[in-house]
Design a protein around this ligand. Structure first.
Ligand code: NOJ
Length: 520
């Protein structure tokens, strides 16, 4: 009996999210593009990540920064062309990296030809590709549901006398995944990109794939406070995590399995750990990696973190591969959430836990949220609910490649302001062996060298005072990780050679905010 000689790449790999509008602009229009990504690939190779996931690049009216797709099988001119995509895809392969795209199945743009046709009449061919309901007798919307970006999830279409559903903006009508033709069309979209060499997808907003209006109103949320935003004022029980999503997930996986090697499906799912685990599929036949966002919501103290890690590991179905995410284009930057002084600690945690890590672009530079003046706001969420900190522009600002005007990102006017501090620029950090960038490179290189950090078991997850510690073991080699989350120096649990430290100190007490990896 031979057992599988190699693991799929994504078990040992690190995924790096590219937010294409803000990575690199090659045309001078102030917005990043595919050719820009191609030009900057050396940064990623040098950094040592294994795969890139690019947020949506498809034709879009850009009401939600591309998450409103008007054609699933083309490239928006803002980002380039299909030829540019082919060139980028080839360059990514040449660089030894994998390429993931963003698949946005739960809604299209209201400018998608499917929706334009569906809204023609009640018996239009594609009417049922979207979710329509009659008004209540008093003319009001069919349910009390509130959209993620505020307002009702229902918009009335006077020409045909019905409401259509949208979990996000009115310009993002919900696709009806209960319609088999729609499902088939979406599976063809996946094949379109797989046939072009794409290694997988990050699948958007999965918990919203099959809202069920027939279940009626959502109950009020007794724990709601205004800062949660309007959508959280009700418990979205009839919108999210409907059980039928799993069958669609299995179908998506079957499409991914038509290819050799099988393609990767990463699911974007916000929910409880129990809900999340279902997305692996009962027989591991759905998503290989349902995104685990626990670190995004975490309390950064040793004991709660240890408990959270243990609980996640314990909840994993047998044989399911874990994953961890520190940040993305929707949530405040890690360096702003926990303080710039703690960002290295967070990176060490992300890159030494068991499971596939996903990094968000710019976190390798310690980028922080950038304040956005009201006149520069782009995000529809901030426009709809201003001043409550819900807007996502501050985490989406362009990378500063160099210091000076345009920051090497653009020769034009950037679509969002760029952090002007020289210390966050790539060129500054490249020249500094103690920079955040240098630290990330060293950590990623260590991860590559030490199988214990990728394939190793995870044991002894615990807190001693404010020091979080655990061990990773593979084929007799054990590494110990110790992270001091406290405000005072603390003894370093465990002995052994220090392989890397956030602070560069290799012996003695751990300074506040210091983390070390030790070989035992
Ligand atoms: C999740 C995406 O990450 C977010 O940016 C987007 O607004 C919603 N899904 C809707 O597609």
């Amino acid at each position: 009996m031979t057992h599988q000689a190699t693991q799929p790449w994504w078990k040992e790999g690190v995924i790096y999210q590219i937010y294409p509008r803000s990575f690199m602009d090659s045309t001078g229009d102030g917005i990043g593009d595919l050719e820009g990504i191609r030009q900057r690939l050396p940064h990623l190779v040098d950094l040592g990540v294994d795969a890139i996931w690019i947020s949506p690049i498809f034709p879009s009216p850009m009401k939600d920064a591309g998450y409103d797709v008007a054609d699933y099988c083309d490239i928006d001119p803002l980002f380039g062309s299909l030829e540019d995509f082919e060139r980028l895809s080839a360059a990514v392969k040449d660089a030894g990296l994998k390429l993931l795209l963003d698949f946005v199945p739960s809604h299209s743009s209201d400018q998608h030809p499917w929706f334009l046709e569906a809204r023609q009449s009640r018996d239009a061919d594609k009417r049922d590709w979207y979710i329509w309901r009659d008004p209540l007798p008093d003319g009001s919307p069919p349910t009390n549901w509130i959209s993620e970006f505020a307002g009702s999830t229902w918009t009335f279409h006077p020409e045909t006398g019905q409401y259509y559903l949208h979990v996000f903006l009115p310009e993002q009508p919900a696709l009806n995944w209960r319609n088999p033709e729609l499902r088939a069309a979406m599976y063809d979209v996946m094949r379109f990109w797989f046939d072009r060499g794409v290694d997988g997808f990050r699948v958007d907003a999965l918990e919203n794939l099959m809202p069920n209006p027939d279940l009626g109103d959502n109950p009020p949320n007794p724990d709601w406070v205004e800062s949660m935003g309007p959508a959280r004022s009700h418990l979205p029980v009839n919108i999210k995590h409907q059980p039928e999503i799993l069958a669609a997930g299995r179908d998506m996986r079957s499409v991914a399995n038509e290819y050799d090697p099988e393609r990767l499906l990463v699911g974007e799912i916000y929910g409880t750990t129990e809900q999340l685990m279902k997305y692996y599929g009962e027989n591991h036949d759905a998503f290989q990696l349902p995104f685990n966002f626990l670190l995004i919501e975490a309390v950064w103290q040793a004991e709660p973190l240890a408990g959270m890690i243990r609980a996640y590991e314990a909840a994993l179905p047998e044989g399911a591969w874990p994953n961890w995410v520190l940040g993305n284009h929707d949530r405040p930057r890690i360096a702003s959430r926990i303080g710039a002084g703690r960002a290295r600690l967070a990176a060490m945690l992300l890159l030494t836990l068991r499971g596939t890590p996903t990094m968000y672009q710019g976190d390798e530079l310690g980028m922080e949220n950038v304040p956005i003046p009201p006149e520069a706001v782009q995000d529809p969420w901030e426009r709809n609910v201003p001043g409550q900190g819900l807007g996502r522009d501050p985490v989406r600002t362009p990378i500063a490649w160099e210091t000076g005007p345009g920051a090497g990102f653009t020769t034009g006017t950037p679509w969002l302001p760029i952090d002007p501090r020289p210390e966050v620029a790539v060129e500054t950090q490249q020249a500094d062996p103690h920079s955040m960038l240098a630290f990330h490179k060293a950590l990623l290189a260590l991860r590559k060298r030490e199988k214990a950090l990728t394939l190793g078991d995870l044991t002894g997850v615990d807190a001693t005072g404010e020091v979080l510690h655990y061990r990773r073991t593979h084929q007799g080699r054990t590494l110990a990780v110790a992270l001091n989350l406290g405000e005072t120096a603390a003894p370093c649990p465990g002995t052994g050679d220090c392989l890397i430290s956030t602070h560069g100190t290799t012996t003695g007490d751990l300074a506040p905010g210091e983390g070390r990896v030790l070989a035992q």
